[in-house]
Ligand binder design. Structure first.
Ligand code: UD1
Length: 423
């Protein structure tokens, strides 16, 4: 597994090669991290399958180990042995590396009646509040607040089901409230809940532990608390963002790739957009095939919570539009600082103007290679896609960001015919 120690590694890419062949998509980062955190809800051995070999899984493993769990990892299968009485404090040195660490909050409050979780760091994509998480736990009866850089939550007498109405369908807040409510007394209703496939995967994981949950995948989730949960064995849902990244990549470079393990029903809007850019997308056994043989047409996109266009694919959209035929408008509605990476694309010759949460892009015939730097996982992937179609050589610094979310990316790109090395 990749090391999560920040390194000076970079990708060196020579553009111009089409992508051909097949790739296999494993479990979703944004799902597996939450499943791992939710394993805290039951003492004993929980098994999680289809686990991607990414740095964030290592970070979450270390966090759980510090909380008292014993973890074994072998060929994409994690076995997490959860103690009867887990520790309740998640320290800053780990939490700062990965925002998903906050997902231990709900399970810890529910299981041990208290949690202290450092305020997370995460990606440079904008300010990411925790007010919905804290308010949600308070509505369930916890005393929750921020103190000395930690979210401190206590529920000495346990949690009680209640109605929580989210101002925005936050993925993380929906998850923390769900994983707290499964052990609360009575019924919890989450209104304006997030509907992402990751939420459905987490809900199904909890149901397999004995939780009672209805409405997964809709805006109203209802949870009837149970007294205790049991360990489970669960296979992580396929990563729709990696699937989308590959589909965007081949639409930009041209070529013909099969993406095995993909779940196209989780990517309806992105695939529709790619079809309008000119890609030919077909279902094949166990996945999808994406073919492209000309310069893409530009596409207008506005990101929104699921089933809207995913914000995590925004850098790929901008990369595609930067070499597409035509002018496009891209609007970001979820994270205000996603556009930070645009300056890096401009270094490659892209013509992009950002105004607030809109980017207007005029496609150029060709980008030209230059040194650039990744600031977060998805921006890193977007820059790599741009480098694949740029004339000459591009280096993408800060490769460790990409390692957080893309398993074996260099090797997979090489196998598809890209000229890329890691150095
Ligand atoms: C998750 C994903 C991330 C994805 C995002 C939206 C993980 C580890 N990360 O992030 O890749 O881009 O969903 O699909 O799964 N907000 C508040 N207060 C809160 C919580 C959120 O204001 O208490 C705001 C955020 O600042 C942001 C918006 O709500 O503007 C959406 O955030 P949220 O859905 O919570 O994203 P994450 O769960 O952090």
């Amino acid at each position: 597994m990749a090391s999560h120690v920040a390194s000076a590694d970079r990708f060196r890419i020579v553009g111009g090669m089409p992508l051909n062949g097949q790739v296999v998509v494993t479990g979703a980062k944004n799902s597996v991290l939450k499943l791992m955190a939710a394993s805290l809800l039951a003492p004993g051995k929980t098994v999680i399958r289809n686990v991607p070999a990414i740095a964030d899984v290592e970070i979450m493993s270390e966090l759980l180990t510090r909380l008292g769990c014993t973890i074994e990892s072998s060929s994409g299968v994690l076995t997490i042995d959860v103690p009867t009485q887990p520790e309740h404090r998640a320290d800053y040195d780990l939490v700062r590396k990965m925002r998903a660490s906050i997902n231990v909050l709900g399970p810890l409050v529910a299981r041990v009646g208290k949690a202290e979780v450092a305020l997370p760091g995460g990606d440079a994509i904008g300010s990411r509040g925790l007010d919905f998480h804290i308010k949600g736990l308070e509505i369930l009866g916890a005393n929750a607040h921020i103190e000395h850089g930690y979210v401190v939550a206590k529920a000495d007498k346990g949690l009680t089901g209640a109605s929580v109405d989210l101002d925005f369908p936050s993925v993380g807040a929906t998850e923390n409230i769900m994983t707290a409510a499964v052990l609360a007394r009575g019924v919890t209703t989450i209104e304006n809940a997030a509907r992402e496939p990751d939420i459905v995967d987490l809900g199904e994981f909890l149901i397999s532990m004995g939780a009672k949950i209805e409405g997964l995948g809709t805006s109203v989730i209802s949870i009837t608390g149970v007294e205790k949960l049991s360990p489970t064995d669960h296979t992580t849902v396929a990563d729709r963002i990696i699937t989308g990244t590959w589909a965007f990549a081949v639409t930009m470079t041209g070529g013909d790739i099969s993406i095995l393990g993909a779940r196209p029903e989780h990517l309806e809007l992105p695939l529709e957009k790619l079809a309008s850019a000119g890609a030919v997308i077909t279902s094949i056994q166990g996945g999808i095939r994406v073919r492209m043989n000309h310069r893409p047409q530009s596409i207008d996109v506005a990101t929104l919570p699921y089933p809207g266009f995913p914000t995590d694919l925004l850098p790929m959209v901008i990369a595609l539009n930067s070499i597409a035929d035509g002018h496009s408008l891209v609007t970001e509605n979820v994270f205000e600082s996603r556009f930070m990476f645009v300056n890096e694309l401009i270094r490659l010759g892209a013509q992009i103007n950002v105004d607030g949460h809109h980017a207007s892009i005029t496609g150029v015939k060709e980008l030209s290679g230059a040194p650039v730097e990744a600031h977060d996982i998805r921006a890193g992937a977007g820059l790599i896609l741009a480098a694949l179609v740029a004339d000459g050589e591009t280096t993408v610094d800060q490769a460790f960001h990409v390692d957080r979310g893309y398993p074996n990316f260099t090797q997979q790109l090489q196998e598809l015919g890209a000229k890329v090395v890691r150095e």
